[in-house]
Design a protein around this ligand. Structure first.
Ligand code: GLU
Length: 297
């Protein structure tokens, strides 16, 4: 029997705002999971949605990660440079009749509960998306934190968008293509993406690429129980703030922050966090409601 190779994990921020405590927690979780199993950890900048992005934000996110000692084992991959690969994947799916052109608008789909089961509009060459055709199968997976999950895509999301009518590639397409291209075998990310995972697994099956192991981390909420937004942590942090933020992120992951020592230096703190990290303690916090937009995350 061949031994299981060490995992390859990743953190994949969209450069839509500065990293906040929630994104730091997700980054730290993916790093600690991979490194505690002697694996590799990569960073991918998911810059495929220019209308939502802020100039200079990717560099700023990378600097914040570096300030916490979170350095990737390979060069950072930028999705904005991957259009040719996404196009080739779409062409293959279209050729195999697994994907199709569609000009149905959200308003037109509202009568079907916002879910695309069949086209209700004629093709408009000015406004055409590409969707992946789903079927009746149930997609099930064992999440490392939330346990067994299952979804029938025909009911929950319908045929979903791979390329938007405005010409941009959809997150679901880019994330699956790049997780496969980078050999990612372990995805650890925020629980807001738990409901997206069956769509990603279905697309992996359609493309014949492996499915990574998934663990979703309960979202860090503010004092009012709201999901933190990227704009809520805009300030640059000094060493003391960083130590506190690191302790909060570590504690949120169910770990004992008392093992971390103030004044130790970034790398030494990370090493201690790693030595004491126990993935079995990761808590399953509340699962957020899907945001109701089948084509959003
Ligand atoms: N880029 C996505 C986000 O910032 C995360 C993608 C992922 O981890 O799969 O929400």
């Amino acid at each position: 029997m061949t031994p299981t190779p060490p995992p390859r994990g990743r953190f994949a921020p969209s450069p839509t705002g500065p990293l906040h405590l929630g994104s730091l927690t997700a980054a730290l979780a993916s790093y600690l999971m991979a490194k505690s199993q002697h694996g590799q950890w990569l960073i991918r900048i998911e810059d495929i949605d220019p209308p939502r992005e802020i100039a200079g934000m990717a560099e700023r996110q990378l600097k914040t990660l570096a300030d916490f000692g979170l350095l990737a084992d390979e060069p950072v991959l930028y999705q904005s440079e991957r259009a040719a690969v996404y196009e080739a994947t779409l062409e293959k799916l279209l050729r195999e009749d697994k994907a199709f052109f569609c000009s149905c608008s959200r308003t037109q789909l509202a009568a079907q509960g916002g879910i695309h089961r069949r086209c209700v509009a004629a093709i408009d060459p000015e406004r055409t998306a590409i969707r992946l055709r789903v079927d009746d199968r149930t997609i099930a997976f064992a999440d490392g934190v939330y346990g067994r999950q299952s979804q029938q895509l025909g009911v929950s999301s319908g045929d979903f968008v791979l390329k938007r009518a405005d010409g941009y590639f959809a997150y679901q397409l880019a994330v699956v293509v790049d997780d496969a291209a980078q050999g990612i075998s372990q995805v650890v990310r925020g629980a807001d993406l738990l409901a997206s995972t069956p769509r990603q697994i279905f697309l992996q099956q359609q493309l014949g690429v492996p499915t990574p192991a998934y663990s979703h981390i309960g979202l860090v909420r503010d004092l009012n129980g709201q999901k933190l937004s990227k704009s809520q942590w805009a300030a640059d942090l000094d060493a003391e703030d960083r130590f506190i933020a690191f302790c909060m992120a570590y504690r949120h992951l169910g770990q004992d922050a008392a093992v971390l020592q103030r004044g130790l230096g970034t790398q030494a703190i990370l090493v201690r966090a790693l030595q004491h990290f126990d993935a079995r303690l990761l808590p399953a916090l509340t699962v957020p409601e899907p945001d109701g937009t089948p084509d959003g995350h």
